[in-house]
Write a protein that binds this ligand. Sequence first.
Ligand code: CTP
Length: 406
Amino acid sequence: MIKDKNIILGVCGGIAAYKSVELLRLMKKAGADVKVVMTSSALEFVGELTFKVLSENHVCTGLFNSGDSSVRHIEWASRADAALIAPATANMIGKMARGIADDALSTMMMAVKAPVMICPSMNTYMYENRALQRNLDILEQDGVIILEPGSGELACKTSGAGRLPEPELIFDRLVKLFHPCDMKGKKVIVTAGPTREAMDPVRYISNHSSGKMGYAVAEAAEKRGAMVTLITGPVSIAPPFGVELIKVTTAHEMANAVLSSMDDADIIIKVAAVADYRPLAPRENKIKKDQMDSRNNSLTLDLVENPDILKMVGERKRNQFLAGFAAETENLIANALAKIKKKNLDMIAANIVGREDSGFEADTNKITLLSKDGSSKELPLLSKQQAAHELLDHILGKIKHQVLAR
Ligand code: CTP
């Protein structure tokens, strides 16, 4: 989303200024054109050359020492698609709130028309200071996005709020600015990953689900402004920023989590690959080899059916949009359509699994969106992130249609 975008990165003087270097690297890796503006205090902490090399641009360090036209602050500001200040010191926050322009960064910020995000970072007592908080309130009212600092031990050895968030989080929130906000106010529940059903304390039954598709759906909805609860089985990927994360292991735990949070949800998307069966009587101790049937070296495990969570949600839902995923290896469309009926769904994403480029562990997916009204949309092979956005576009279209038809 930020490829080829013009971003101003303002760096103020704070010990956390070194993190802005990594932040710049993340933005450049994503294809953004980044223009760095450093205050004179920032230059005390990190060298101009580091930012110059990494940004592949001139670094602005003052109003009058740029060596060329003194209107750089206007030119960069007018071209910017977004401006980000990390770290933002109490001094810079005060200047921006009160309209003071006495250095390159504060002057440039007065001319920026694009969205502005700031990341306050300072000692806890400074952060709690009333004047600083008043200034942050003013900036918020002016439409500036404020990324709250994290808590923890600070460089000054005090502990509390004031830490600059990690570069990955700042980068993620910057990317969010470029997404449409078309899911604002919607509560969305997404399930993802596999479930695990214990055989004994060391073994379980599960499936190959990586969680990538469900996590991509949760991330896409959060980026588009939704309040997202992600109910996830055990996976090894990092959760998206900004979602409420509920970790479960078994199908029963997933069922409890979904049923207890579904009532105020607007949209429920069940991407999880729930284990259909679980061992009837998981052993308390590890199953030993000598417990096998010695006649044919076999072990018989009795399985019992797990609750069908999607079907339970389908029976209970009221005026809520319910989407499932159908993981199929054959008869894709017929099997998926049958699941819409059986589970009372509004739509299903039919998904061929077991192929290298589409399915559980792949980074891409090929899905067909089928609706209860009989319409269908076959998507090309897409990254799971792209497929997630297509899925959400489709759901929002259907919801709009339902509202208009009412
Ligand atoms: N699902 C569920 N609870 C289960 C099984 C499946 O909530 N016990 C949901 C999945 O999250 C998915 C949808 O049902 O959204 C379809 O899952 P899938 O595994 O494709 O189908 P099943 O219903 O399990 O049927 P089958 O195994 O016969 O294909």
